[in-house]
Structure formats: C-alpha cells, structure tokens
Design a protein around this ligand. Sequence first.
Ligand code: APR
Length: 371
Amino acid sequence: MKQFKFPTSKPDLTAVAQYLSTGTAKSIVVMVGAGISTAAGIPDFRSPKTGLYHNLSRLNLPYAEAVFDIDYFRRKPEAFYMLAQELYPGKFRPTMFHSFLKLLEDRGVLRRVYTQNIDTLEEIAGVSPEKVVYAHGSFATNHCIDCHKEMSKVDIEAFMKKDDIPKCSRCGGYVKPDIVFFGENLPARFFKLLPGDLDAADLVIVAGTSLQVHPFASLPSQVSCPRVLFNLESVGDFGRRKTDVIKLGPCDEGIEQLVELCKWDKQLKDLWTKTAKTANVAEEEDAASASQKKILKALATTAAANAEDASASKEESSAEEGSEEEDESLAQDDLDEVQQAIEAFNELEIAVASEDATASKSESAVEKAKV
Ligand code: APR
C-alpha cells in the first residue's frame, strides 16, 4: 500500500495547505460537478429550489431527467435545445474554483480534472485540454443520433441561432452535441486515462457534486491517497476515512481559504482577474438570476406548448366520447399545469433574489447508471 506524507494527526485545510505548499503533493486529480459553476450563473441539477431538475419536473416533462434522455430526445428534442441555448459555452465567466484548477496546472501539480460539466469553463479558465476529461461529454463535437454523421460547430450553431432543431444532411435524423445522455456510453478517453490517473494521484479534490450518477460517483472511493471535499453538503463515502478533509460550504470560499493558507492568494486572484474578458455577459447583469430566468422562461413555453398539444389531443378523444364537462376540466388541468410552470419560474426569481439555495441534500437525487 502506497504511503503518502500527509499530516494525518489533524486532517484539516491547514494539513492540505502544508501538503500543497511544501510541494509534497505533485500529482493532484480533481473531480468536479455542477456545483463549481453555480457561482458563474449556471444552475446545478439537484439543489432544492434552484436546481434544474427541481424546476424541470414541474414543466410538464415526464420526469426531470428526460431532458437528457435519448428516447425522449428522439420524440421531443425541443426541451434539450431550449436548455442548450442557455447553457451553450461563451456566456459565462469561470469561477474562482475554475481559476484554482489553472493555478494547480501552472504550479505543475495538476494530473487531471475529471468534470461532469458541459460548460467547458475549465478550459475557458485556461486549463490545457489534455488536462481535462469531460466525463459527460461536451458541446465540442456533434453527431447525428441515427447515422452518426458529424456536424460542425458552425452548422449546429446556425440551426440553434434560428431556434431550429439541427437535422442531419445525410439521413435527416436529429443531431445533438456529444453530451452523454442517460443510457449512453461515457467517452472512451474517460476509460483510457482513468486507471493511470487514479493510480498516480497523491491527492484527490472533489467539489460541487452530489456524487449521484455512476460511474463518476464511484471515482473518489477508488483512490488510496488523501481526499478533500469542497461541497455544500457531505456526499459519497467522505468521512469514512480518518484522512478525509471535508470543507462544507460554497466551494469558492473553501478554495480561497485554502490558497490563503498556501500563500497563493495573489496568484489565484491574478488568474481569476484574467478571466474577466472570457464572458460576454454584461458585467452589471447578475448572470445567476439572468441565466436561470431565461432557462425557466424558455422551458415554461415548452410547458405551454405541451399543454396545448395535450388539450388538443384530449379534445379529439373527449369529442368522440361526447363528454363536454370532462373536456372543460381537462383543459383546466392543462392550464393549471402551465400556471404551475409560471409559478415555478416566479418562485425561482424569488429564490435567486433571496439567494435561497439551501444546502440540504436533494431527495430527488437520482442514481442512474451512465454506462
Ligand atoms: N459550492 C459547493 N457545492 C455546491 C455549490 C457551491 N457553490 N452549488 C451547489 N453545490 C453542490 C450541491 O449541494 C450538490 O451537492 O453541488 C452538488 C451539485 O449536484 P448536482 O446538481 O447533482 O450536479 P452533479 O453532481 O454535477 O450531477 C451529476 O447528473 O444529471 C446528471 O449529467 C448530469 O453531469 C450531471 C450529473
């Protein structure tokens, strides 16, 4: 069993800072999720009130994760593309945590970042592509879901600009970015690099993830080296090992505390300042509320469209049965559904305004194999 010169007597941020600043930790593997991008204005998935799945599930989808379900996409690609419009890279500025990843690479101690995120903020913060593994894919490439013909970024962006669903020029099938949907395989690069990286790691940092989706969720328990968690709540099997360091709370605050202890705070601030020009979000605009409002507004229109479909099809069926009064109540149900969607959108506005992202673990978390 490999030995690590990590001060186990008192495993806390000071011990981690000592392990880092003395140059003892030389091969750091970082594993992240949507929580490292919430401060950039991109909602995570499972946080109560502000998480996408909490709001999506009230917007007339069969279930919230359907937005990333390949079978649902085949039937109704609009929901995914509504979301893609708002999550598409280029609108958001990296967070302090993303700049910390760049700092680790600049100091020559970053082995790899395994990210579940599709926002590419790791590379936008300056991390080299070869240092990043997009475990759940990204917007970088796009393929037809039927004949797998590739579509260029330029072409797919042209479709998205017109709010059209991208269609394959060869077979007419729907085209989607190579984001891993539930039921699809993770990228080959993930499986190729993982064994060597887990074996070489002398420190694993996990941040901003509920560790609910496999196989990513099992990664932290596969290493023998010291582990640090920066998360709003404790997740996975953190706490089971006496060397585990758990820093609960916003990951940007946790990481700023760590770099201050390492005396790397100026370097981090300089790196983050450089990211100001990477986003074309108007500085004074609050990206958090702006993007969440846009996502919900876009999806509320999906709900309205679905409600219309539903009442139209129910009108046909109830016309056959000739049940007038049932017809009114059905139409009323659909209108209630849309009303709920608008309420969800308004509620989110209040939640975002009052920064009411509570830290409790979401009971709606979903364990779904992604392989
Ligand atoms: N600082 C620290 N932790 C945060 C912050 C923050 N600022 N904001 C949110 N979190 C935490 C939440 O408390 C939660 O534990 O980050 C975690 C986010 O969990 P999820 O919303 O489940 O996101 P993630 O773990 O990335 O989801 C994994 O699920 O649906 C799939 O493909 C999707 O890649 C995604 C995967």
